[in-house]
Design a protein around this ligand. Structure first.
Ligand code: SAM
Length: 481
């Protein structure tokens, strides 16, 4: 049977899409190649959020084409995901060695298209059309059983954590962001369908589930709105599963209703989600943190800037004060909560004063972790045409200055764990040093310790002995077995 290798760029949603495509192919009899060099099919799952990510995937394909066409001309080469969606046919015009371009609403067609290409029935395939219902097709997981064996005969161990894609698309239209154009309109899956997927994962040993969507706080809003449903000539969907409390829950957003439903699943230990949007972050969600013990003390809440003027230019729909207010409420609900964020530096028109406000926000909130992005012009986005584009040198300099503040605060917050006992869920061997194991605290910090395979999947208390760069080290001597 043919073997496939998928290389993923970008966010967790891309990781999840790649997993679903791999699972789909394995179910059709493909094996998973351990490297590109051994694969009959090589797919690059791409990211368009910044130009840098696009260039990386394009360069990779140029190198792959040069290598494979010389030695293994029959290897099928494909792009999938966000850049495939935004560039479509242009990719094959530019790189004629590419055989397949698969858009973000077409992942479930991968097996059929690859079969046709491998059998020589089709020469090239580009499919980037919109497809209603495609949001519900990212459902297959690479678990023991359907994962079968890797090409090298190795059976991967059961995963302890899993991502579940609850929705696709984005309707926010932040002025810097390409996502609404690559992922389409917001479309959410129903609660019963999602609960069934989570239940299945838990029955196969998964202990922690991360609910994924571009803007999870918008989950179900479009489908649940009777006004929109009427306008579209359909019945509004019922997002409440029949097993839930039948009392009216008008004060709970569909996303909190989903959290309630997933929380009911016996055997599930931990729930996470990413990414929410500050605009839709209601008190019902803060109250969920106080109420649901499986919802861990961790929140990733992208802020993007500390300046109200820039937030307005970005079309974010909230102020700095509103953002800080949410963080205050979260910390009151769960004092131990770990907070991470995304920040863009060098947005068009960002002055030194605006940037100083971002630095002051970082110091005020004291993030545990922040992902800093140098602004990147994206085609068809309003910000790309805005006056006051910030020179690259200044973007880099601001990136460095913010990084120093974030690292300094992070170091302090990580150091504060030394000497404390904390619960971790053991995920598997450390990537840097496979002789050691890693787990994750409820507040989303990685802990490395001297353990073994038998610890995988266990919830256990460790004593933190040392803090490194965004990593904690635990003492195995006091591990509770
Ligand atoms: N949907 C999430 C949200 O908006 O809250 C995040 C999605 S995006 C994949 C991850 C991050 O990339 C964003 O939060 C933003 O900080 C960054 N990003 C998006 N567009 C960008 C651009 N044009 N230049 C630089 N960073 C960008």
């Amino acid at each position: 049977m043919p073997s496939v290798y998928i290389k993923t760029y970008g966010c967790q949603m891309n990781e999840r899409d790649s997993e679903a495509v791999a699972a789909q192919l394995v179910a059709k009899g493909y094996t998973l190649a351990p490297s590109e060099a051994q694969a009959d099919v090589i797919l690059l799952n791409t990211c368009s959020v910044r130009d840098f990510a696009e260039q990386k995937a394009l360069n990779k394909m140029v190198n792959l084409a040069a290598e494979t066409r010389r030695t293994r001309p029959d290897v099928v080469l494909g792009f999938m995901g966000c850049m495939a969606q935004s560039r479509g046919q242009e990719l094959i015009d530019r790189l004629p060695d590419v055989d397949l371009v698969l858009g973000t609403q077409k992942f479930h067609r991968a097996a059929d298209y690859l079969d046709a290409l491998l059998a020589g029935r089709r020469e090239k395939i580009v499919d980037v059309a919109a497809e209603p219902g495609s949001e519900a097709t990212i459902r297959e997981h690479l678990l023991y059983g359907n994962a079968a064996k890797n090409g090298d005969g190795h059976r991967p161990p059961l995963p302890v954590t899993a991502f579940v894609s609850i929705m696709q698309g984005c309707n926010q239209y932040c002025t810097f962001c390409i996502v609404p154009y690559t992922r389409g309109e917001e479309r959410s899956r129903g609660i019963p369908d999602l609960v069934a997927e989570c239940r299945q994962l838990v029955s196969q040993g998964v202990k922690e589930i991360t609910l994924l969507g571009q803007i999870v706080t918008s989950y179900g809003k479009r489908e649940g709105s009777s006004r929109e449903a009427k306008a579209e000539g359909r019945e509004p969907e019922n997002f409440l599963p029949s097993t839930l409390d039948p009392r009216p829950s008008t004060s709970k957003s569909p996303f909190v209703q989903l959290l309630d439903a997933v929380h009911e699943i016996e055997g599930l230990e931990r729930i996470r989600f990413t990414s929410p949007h500050p605009k839709g972050y209601g008190d019902d969600l803060i109250e969920a943190y106080a109420r649901l013990p499986k919802l861990v003390e961790s929140a990733h809440l992208p802020v993007q800037s500390g300046s109200d003027r820039v937030l307005k230019l970005m079309h974010r729909g909230y102020t700095r004060a509103r953002y800080v207010g949410i963080i205050d409420k979260l910390r009151r609900a769960r004092p131990e909560i770990g907070i991470s964020t995304d920040i863009i530096v060098g947005f068009p028109g960002e002055t030194e004063d605006d940037f100083e406000q971002t630095l002051s926000l970082a110091r005020e909130v004291e993030f545990d972790q922040a992902y800093i992005f140098k602004y990147s012009q994206r085609r068809d986005t309003p910000a790309a045409e805005m006056p006051g584009q910030v020179p690259q040198k200044i973007r880099e300099e601001r990136n460095q200055r913010l990084l120093e503040v974030i690292n300094e605060i992070g170091r302090r917050r990580y150091d504060a764990f030394v000497g404390r006992r904390t619960q971790i869920l053991v995920e598997g061997p450390s990537k840097k040093n496979p002789a050691r194991m890693t787990g994750r605290t409820r507040c989303n910090k990685i802990v490395v310790f001297d353990g073994s395979e038998r610890h995988r999947g266990q919830l256990m208390d460790v004593k933190i002995t040392r803090a490194g760069s965004f990593t904690l080290y635990g003492d195995p001597a006091i591990v509770n077995l």
